[in-house]
Ligand binder design. Structure first.
Ligand SMILES: [Mg+2]
Length: 175
């Protein structure tokens, strides 16, 4: 349930060629601390470049956030992304409904986030391939701090059971 398909440092480590090999056409991603730092709307040039690359290769990047549409839109209005707001992660229902509405095959979706207990859980329950990334900034909003506290031991137990579950450099490093 909590186990990601793969663990990567950051979302921009995901490369077009690897996505194409896996048949991924849509990336669903968390916003706070995955795409942007949770406490600011500043993004660096590498994110912009990465998003442009995705757009050029017709890979849709969809932000799936528990925040309101207004908050997400304010943060990303200049970027080539679409928005699924009030996603109620870790529940998978809003995500699944959206996938159905857009008629995307779940096999073609990669779900990316920085939290095991919300993002990975939601993605797994929706039947998607999940990527756990490291949070962009190390401080967290209050409600996230509680999740982090539980997250570490969960990750440790999973890593004990699965020797292949550690931070990798690229999507195709998964064996
Ligand atoms: Mg997050």
């Amino acid at each position: 349930m909590f186990k990601p398909y793969i663990m990567l440092d950051k979302i921009t480590d995901i490369e077009v060629a690897d996505l194409q090999e896996l048949g991924i056409t849509t990336i669903m991603t968390d916003l706070d601390n995955t795409l942007l730092p949770w406490n600011s709307n500043d993004y660096d040039l590498s994110l912009r470049k990465w998003l442009n690359q995705m757009a050029q290769n017709e890979i849709e990047v969809m932000i799936v956030s528990n925040n309101s549409y207004e908050r997400v839109e304010k943060a990303v209005h200049e970027l080539p992304v679409s928005i699924v707001a009030r996603a109620v992660k870790p529940l998978p229902f809003v995500i699944m409904e959206h996938i159905k509405e857009e008629s995307i095959d779940p096999k073609n979706i990669l779900f990316v986030g920085d939290q095991v207990m919300t993002d990975v859980l939601a993605g797994n329950m929706a039947g998607l391939k999940t990527v756990l990334v490291k949070p962009l900034v190390n401080t967290d909003a209050k409600k996230t701090r509680i999740n982090r506290f539980f997250e570490r031991p969960i990750l440790k137990v999973m890593q004990k059971r699965d020797k292949n579950l550690y931070w990798k450099e690229s999507l195709n490093d998964r064996k």
